[in-house]
Structure formats: structure tokens, C-alpha cells
Design a protein around this ligand. Sequence first.
Ligand code: CAA
Length: 258
Amino acid sequence: MAYEYILVEKRDRVGLITLNRPEALNALCAGLIDELGQAVALFEADDEIGCLVVTGSERAFAAGADIKEMIGKDFQQVYREDFITDDWEVLAKTRKPVIAAVAGYALGGGCEVAMMCDFIIAAENAKFGQPEITIGTIPGAGGTQRLTRIVGKSKAMDMCLTGRMMDADEAERCGLVSRVVPVDKLMEEAMAAAAKIAGHSLPVTMIAKESVDRSYETTLSEGLRFERRVFHSTFALDDRREGMTAFAEKRKADWKHR
Ligand code: CAA
């Protein structure tokens, strides 16, 4: 499929999506969001793919929603369209794991898209922020919600009210990113992590993701109950028996469902 704003590649069992609108620092115009949704849906349906990686350029993961596209919109229109539309949520709804590999700016919608992924690996030059306040609006794709759940109220308020950027070290300290690596190692690290994930049993991986995600939506006791039930469900899989048998026999597991 030919795309205008993204590059899409399959590397073994990893689906790589590169945001590719360099002239606008990967600003997330409607066309880009549409293509991102299509690419994610194709990888989600592709049995050969076990993990996705979303990245941008060395200069920018994405500098936010496209401000020039938004300038002329009025309340009637954004309300009618329910802008930011559900199309934006495609990464958050993906059942296969998704890693965001972030270098450079991840601002506004860019930070929000990164937070929709399961975890973020950041290059040392990464800069995260919710600067919408500086252009007279507020985050509209999860910046006040996901960021607050991830980094807590104080830091989220700081970011959303001042509009300042945080660097990769601060992002790692507050748990927004899982690891920070040199810029020239970002893709190697992200693709290696994705290959490792894609090398596990796919249903077990999806169950693990679903269970961690559940912790964001529910109370601890309900979350623990959910975890136990889906833990039990892994015992219905050949791969659970194979994984434990392989451990006992000191050999590599040969997963049936990848
Ligand atoms: N929308 C549209 N175009 C953008 C853009 C955006 N979010 N961010 C950058 N661009 C464009 C610039 O207009 C510029 O284009 P021209 O060359 O045609 O003028 C090009 O990308 C390069 O940008 P700069 O010249 O500004 O580059 P810089 O290095 O001087 O600054 C920057 C980089 C600090 C990231 C700056 O571009 C910037 O502040 N961008 C906007 C960040 C922002 O406010 N994001 C939030 C958007 S609102 C949102 O995302 C709502 C939501 O919750 C979904």
C-alpha cells in the first residue's frame, strides 16, 4: 500500500511504522492519522507480526496535532466531528504490543500518541511536552488523562499548565519512558525489544498486555481478580505447557502460537 505520510516495513515479526512528514516535524494532520490507523489495522490482522514499533525522525517523533489544520475550525465543527476523533485512539486500542521509539520532539498530540503505546523508549535528545496551553487550548488526545495517570498530578499539572518540555532524563525519572538510549542506538534498542516480545507466545503476550492495561481502568481488587482469571486462562494454552516443559528440560521453548 502506498502512503504519503508514513513509511511501513516488516522486519521479521516486527511491524515498523515511521512517521514521515519531515517538513512539518511530523505534525499529525488528518491524512497522517488516517494512514497510521490503516497501517496499525493491517499489522494487527497480520499473523506474521507479533509486535509493532512506532517512530519518527531524529528531530521529531511528532510536534503535535497539525496547528495549521486546526486554525479555521470552530466549536460547532469540532463538536460535530468529535475532533480529536476516535481515529486517534487506534494505537491505544491495538491488542498486539506497541513500542514508541521517540527521538526529538514529542509534543502535544505527539506526546499523546507516544503515551497510547505500551511503553516508550527514548533517545537522549527526546523532549516531551503538552504545550497546548501556549496556543490557547488544552490537550485533546489524552494529555490531561494518560499523563496524569503515568506521572501523577503534580508533574502533569506542571506540564499542562506551564507548557514546558521535559527532557529524556526527567521523563525516565518520572516513569514516562522505560529506558533512555543514545540517539544512534534508538532503533537498534527498540527493534531488539520488539523482536524479543514478538518471539514469545502471542496469545500469552496479548493476555499480559490486557492485564497490565486493566490496572488503568479498575480498582486494585478488581484488577487482581482479572489478573488471576486471565492467569488461569493461560493454562488452557499449549504454549503454557510448552514454556514450563522447556524450562524443566533446559531447552528453548518452541511456541505453537506466535
Ligand atoms: N502543526 C503544524 N505545523 C507544525 C507543527 C504543528 N504542531 N509543529 C511544527 N510545525 C511546522 C512549522 O510550522 C514549520 O513549518 P514551516 O517551515 O512551513 O514554517 C516546521 O514544522 C518546522 O517547525 P519550526 O520552524 O517551528 O521548528 P523549530 O525547530 O524552530 O521549533 C518546535 C520546533 C519547538 C517543535 C515548534 O515547531 C513548535 O513549537 N511546534 C508546535 C508544538 C505544539 O504546540 N504542539 C501542540 C499542538 S496542539 C495539539 O497537539 C492538540 C492535541 O492535544 C491533539
